[in-house]
Design a protein around this ligand. Structure first.
Ligand code: ARG
Length: 456
């Protein structure tokens, strides 16, 4: 089969060489966008009188037929035609005859592939954004059920201060809100048209780039033709946003894995989001959370791979850039899949309030409260810290917690202690009193829930 660009060649490559160079194996993913871009391009060619109205119409009809055939899975792509662009052009010529060859007037595969990817990412970012909102909704629903459920808060994975479980979940809600806004911000640079930049330098034909951009719903056009065909920043930004999102998900995965262990038992995952062991009958493994934590690595990999691919490239297009696609596709699949699984996993998990309750009553996470108590009665905080530190040590030696310690021991430690310390030390009181803006106090958590409600 002769190549669409074969004129200058006297020999044809062997099939295995063609296979190595082809991208059709993966860029067939862009078929919808490729045809969409061509439809706008040919409409512009017709409007500008570069092809006749009649030719434009024939080409348009041919492209529409191809779109239908593509959707039915009827197109049989060939490695001989290298990539999605040449495959579609070949199908078009087969479909409508030599007039199909006019479609490529005033454009190059270089602005074409860039256009395809801008269109593709715009759509994917919209879908991912709505998946983020779904997950935020699931976190918010759980949070609403657990404003007054208290869990130990940790620093260094050591019990630190008790917090509302809702507050903990909402921390992830706000991370996801940043992820959402990062993607949205990226959209501004995704939604710009490279179409009409040609191979690198523009074209001799009197094209109207603004018109084709408008037809495709782009907000504007690239100002510089060299930049238009060699820019992949918008994919890098997408991958960076995705890597950050996955990092957030991965951190929550880690907590879910810990919380569902026998050591914590704070939550139980629904059976549908866990798996068993082929040998140990008692096992219920948090596989989905582990898998998402693991998949974070491949998204980081795609980001790094693209940065590396681009770093030494001279202007403008270089074939290296064909390597931009698989990582991008993989990140899209990974991010969408992970978000969807996560939403199900969060909505269906059981929160073991009884275990959490027991946990916050069997630790020293109320110790700061005691130091604050002394400090608010005039003792310098540093001295109060020392007094309470000694009391904690005393408790450890007696194998008890602060709430169990007899009042006489408190009095001995400091004259400033009154009987009300036993109320002050209750985990509920401890949490409620952290009523500073953005803190875990129940009032603050309720305010946060109201704010969050407006964002889902
Ligand atoms: N398959 C190519 C890619 O993905 C399309 C652009 C090819 N352009 C070229 N001049 N060879 O990058």
């Amino acid at each position: 089969m002769s190549k669409l660009w074969g004129g200058r060649f006297t020999k044809t490559a062997e099939e295995w060489v063609d296979e190595f160079g082809a991208s059709i194996g993966f860029d067939q993913n862009l078929v919808e966008e490729d045809i969409q871009g061509s439809l706008a391009h040919v409409k512009m060619l017709g409007k500008c009188g570069i092809v006749s109205e009649e030719e434009a119409e024939t080409i348009t009809k041919g492209l529409q037929t191809l779109l239908e055939r593509a959707r039915k899975g009827e197109l049989e792509y060939s490695v001989q035609n290298e990539d999605i662009h040449l495959n579609i052009e070949k199908f078009l010529i087969d479909e409508i005859g030599p007039v199909g060859g006019k479609l490529h007037t005033g454009r190059s595969r270089n602005d074409q592939v860039a256009t395809d990817m801008h269109l593709y990412l715009r759509k994917q970012i919209e879908e991912i954004s709505s998946e983020i909102k779904n997950l935020q909704g699931a976190l918010l629903e759980q949070a609403k059920q657990h404003v007054e459920t208290i869990i130990p808060g940790y620093t260094h994975l050591q019990r630190a201060q008790p917090v509302s479980f809702a507050h903990h979940l909402l921390a992830y809600f706000w991370m996801l809100e940043r992820d959402f806004s990062r993607y949205q911000d990226g959209l501004k640079r995704v939604n710009i048209s490279p179409l009409g930049a040609g191979a690198l330098a523009g074209t001799t034909f009197p094209i109207d780039r603004h018109y084709s951009a408008e037809l495709l719903g782009f907000d504007g056009i690239y100002e510089n033709s060299l930049d238009a065909v060699s820019d992949r920043d918008f994919i890098i930004e997408f991958l960076a946003s995705s890597a950050t999102l996955m990092m957030h998900l991965s951190r929550l995965c880690e907590e879910i894995i810990l919380w569902s262990s026998q050591e914590f038992r704070f939550i139980e995952l629904d059976d549908t989001f866990a798996t068993g062991s082929s040998i140990m009958p008692q096992k219920k493994n948090p596989d989905m959370a582990e898998l998402i934590r693991g998949k974070t690595g491949r998204v980081y990999g795609s980001l790094f791979s693209l940065l590396t691919i681009l770093k030494g490239l001279p202007l403008a297009y270089n074939k290296d850039m064909q390597e931009d696609k698989e990582g991008m596709f993989d990140a899209v699949t990974t991010v969408k899949g992970s978000l969807k699984i996560f939403t199900g996993m969060i909505s269906s998990m059981t929160v073991r309030t009884d275990v959490m309750e027991k946990a916050v009553h069997s630790d020293f996470s109320n110790a700061t409260e005691l130091a604050d108590y002394l400090a608010s009665r005039g003792m310098p905080f540093r001295d109060a810290h020392e007094v309470v530190g000694k009391l904690v040590l005393h408790c450890i030696q007696k194998d008890m917690f602060l709430l169990d310690l007899p009042f006489a021991d408190y009095k001995e430690a400091s004259e400033l202690f009154e009987e009300d310390i036993y109320d002050v030390l209750q985990p509920k009181t401890v949490v409620a009193r952290r009523n500073s803006a953005g803190g875990t106090g129940f009032e603050q958590v309720k305010i946060a829930i109201e704010k969050a409600e407006k964002l889902v």
